[in-house]
Design a protein around this ligand. Structure first.
Ligand code: MG
Length: 458
């Protein structure tokens, strides 16, 4: 029935509902997770997808069958559920969400008692239980209970407000446009913003698991409507969330959508002004902008592999207080060391209110980079060898090999060459002070990589 011994991807288990991820499979996964947690107490919640309640009931049945008690939190953003784990001091959480994936997908994220998703080692233990059929079902009198857990959104909104400059924000009477992707972002962001004294205009704020407004991934090409609304209502800025509201992408007052690198750099700059020499954690896929800000404001930058769980785990290990990703994930450790879209929104508001500047002005003050991307086809079997050969060729350039190969050059340009985890290709991301230079870098390393592959194939 199962061809691979792997369930978890970069962010949990994902699949198309009712074909790759059925109720039967979800119940079996629930049993394996419940066995791993050994009769613990787990919070369970889900995002707005049509398959959410069905798969949540299936996972819950597996968890209680394995003897775990379930605190059912209902529909909620992933970061609200992660915060509830710490607030209620439970053993973990199971979140039924496919995050930014299209509507037909759903998934299962498993969270440990610190609110952070499981490490790869922990996931392997669950996979072993699942594939080796080692699930321990409880005796009839040890079957777990299911209770509802009310008010997690209230607690979560209150927690975020503790980290916001409430008086300064309220005094500005900001007008914010929110694109909630027809999902759980709508349960928190409009309310949080109103409680912070903002006027709120919403789009896609009705819960609808078919995602009729736009795809759940907050990419610039999906956010044209947010841009128009910001301009039409003359909002101070716009914010868009992904399907489970852990990522947020911002539009300035002119409607221009900015990638997460830039808003993260803004938060980083503000943070380092009051937290000198603190560690800033970010994946190697992030822009040199993050390093420029760290250098300028005496922060210590820590590069990680790509993936939000790695950023969280690294923050925890190093006791770092701030992390961020180029896709709009901001990890504010004083609140929780996981990405949190509503927390990020409150931080941006605080920065605007303190400075009194427009968002476009604040972002315009950051160093500017131009980005070019490329891809090179490569069979799965040659990826590792090709990467090793390329590392040898560029040895003099002091490559960072934490995840693929990243090279930084003295003229502030940089390139990341990284094998795709899901497709038979290498991806190339270059950035530079001019678009011509970034394009030249992509061309140069595309031909280097092609030459290596030709040699390996012959
Ligand atoms: Mg997400």
């Amino acid at each position: 029935m199962f061809t691979s011994r792997r369930l978890f991807g970069t962010n949990g288990i994902r699949g198309i509902a009712n074909s790759e991820l059925t109720c039967e499979k979800a119940a079996k996964i629930g049993g394996a997770i419940g066995t791993y947690f050994k009769e613990g107490s787990l919070i369970v919640g889900y995002d707005a997808r049509t398959s959410g309640p069905m798969l949540t009931d299936a996972v819950t049945s597996g968890l209680v069958a394995a003897g775990c008690d379930v605190l059912s939190a209902g529909m909620a953003p992933t970061p609200a559920l992660q915060y509830a784990v710490k607030r209620h001091k439970v053993d973990g959480a199971v979140i039924v969400t496919a995050s930014h994936n299209p509507p037909e997908y759903n998934g299962i994220k498993v969270v440990w008692n610190d609110g952070i998703e499981l490490s790869r080692e922990q996931e392997i233990e669950i996979e072993n239980i699942f594939f080796d059929e080692k699930t321990c079902y409880a005796e009839w009198n040890k079957i777990g209970s299911v209770c509802s857990l009310p008010s997690i959104i209230d607690d979560y909104v209150d927690a975020i407000k503790q980290h916001a400059d409430i008086a300064k924000i309220a005094a500005k009477h900001y007008h914010v446009a929110v694109d909630a992707a027809n999902s759980v972002g709508s349960l928190v962001a409009p309310r949080l913003l109103r409680e912070l004294g903002c006027k709120v205009t919403t789009i896609n704020a009705n819960i609808d698991g078919t995602f009729p407004g736009r795809l759940p991934e907050p990419r610039p090409e999906n956010l044209a409507e947010l841009s128009s609304i910001v301009r039409a209502v003359k909002a101070d800025f716009g914010v868009a969330f992904d399907g489970d509201a852990d990522r947020s992408v911002f539009a300035d007052e002119t409607g221009e959508i900015h990638w997460g690198d830039k808003t993260f750099a803004l938060v980083e700059k503000d943070f380092l002004q009051t937290h000198k020499r603190e560690k800033i954690v970010t994946p190697v896929s992030s822009s040199t902008l993050i390093k420029d800000v760290a250098d300028a404001f005496q922060g210590e930058l820590v590069w990680t592999k790509v993936g939000s769980v790695t950023v969280s785990q690294t923050m925890k290990k190093l006791k770092a207080k701030l992390g961020g990703e180029e896709n709009g994930g901001i990890f504010y450790g004083a609140h929780q060391a996981v990405r949190d879209g509503a927390m990020a929104t409150a931080l941006i508001l605080s920065i605007m209110a303190k400075s009194g500047k427009k968002l476009s002005t604040l972002l315009g003050e950051l160093p500017r980079y131009y980005i070019e991307k490329g891809k090179v086809p490569c069979p799965e079997s040659l990826k590792e060898k090709a990467l090793k050969k390329l590392a040898e060729e560029v040895e003099d350039l002091n490559p960072n090999t934490i995840d693929g190969i990243k090279l930084w050059f003295t003229d502030k340009s940089a390139i990341l060459i990284r094998p795709s985890g899901t497709e038979p290709i290498f991806r190339l991301y270059a950035e530079a002070k001019t678009s011509e230079k970034a394009a030249r870098l992509v061309n140069e390393y595309t031909s280097k990589l092609k030459k290596i592959l030709n040699r390996l194939e012959s």
